[in-house]
Write a protein that binds this ligand. Sequence first.
Ligand code: FPP
Length: 248
Amino acid sequence: MSSDPAPTTIPHHVAIVMDGNGRWAQQRGESRTAGHKKGAEALATCVKLFAQKGVKILTVYAFSTENWRRPLAEVSSIMALVPSAMRLYLSALHQAGVKVKVVGNIQALPSKTAHAWRHIEKVTANNQAFTLLVAFNYGGRWDIVQACQQLITQQVPAAEITEDIFASALALHHYPDPDLLIRTGGETRLSNFLLWQLAYAEIFFSPCLWPDFSEAEVNEALSFYASKQRRYGALGDTADTLSGAPSC
Ligand code: FPP
């Protein structure tokens, strides 16, 4: 976890709630599965675009702990999309130096899906140009609960639990907090995404449906971010004097 201000106006870490695949498909009389497939294509394009702009880490919400409540056919199609998207995009991602990591409860996935994720992680493990974190069977509340379970299992005394110790047990503990959150599809909620890590992110809501999100929208989101002065609860330019609990 890090609360340091970004050194430039380009966010180091961008998080995205990729919303709108279903509506995109519906507008074209296509199945929701077709929408998710197009969403995977948009993701591959966006990785390239954000990397070109200087972003280093992208975390995307691809399947939430609540998405199991969708119709079985849709859940199955998203699970099957992982191995097929891997066949389509892995080689290009790998050649571009993208490290892919999955965050979430992978053990609970169908074995073909879990195996595909482990394969992508293994092949790209040593890449360093860009990191793509895919939140899959992930929920912010799940993450907080599993962190508590880890600390209790390790018998960490209550008095020793600080924000940093707690963050070290969360799924994204190797990575700085997102600087910018983008939610597409016109909704304006967090939907249980990165509840701890988004504490000081700038939030950009776009009406664009995820499959249509491309360079113009990427530029719009980055311009929005560049227009913000990040204060982390301090006043004016005093973010570097941050100490103690952040105020509002
Ligand atoms: C939300 O849109 C989107 C999802 C629940 C799935 C996101 C998945 C992808 C973009 C594919 C990524 C693929 C891989 C392999 C990582 P929605 O279906 O809720 O859209 P709606 O609000 O229009 O119904």
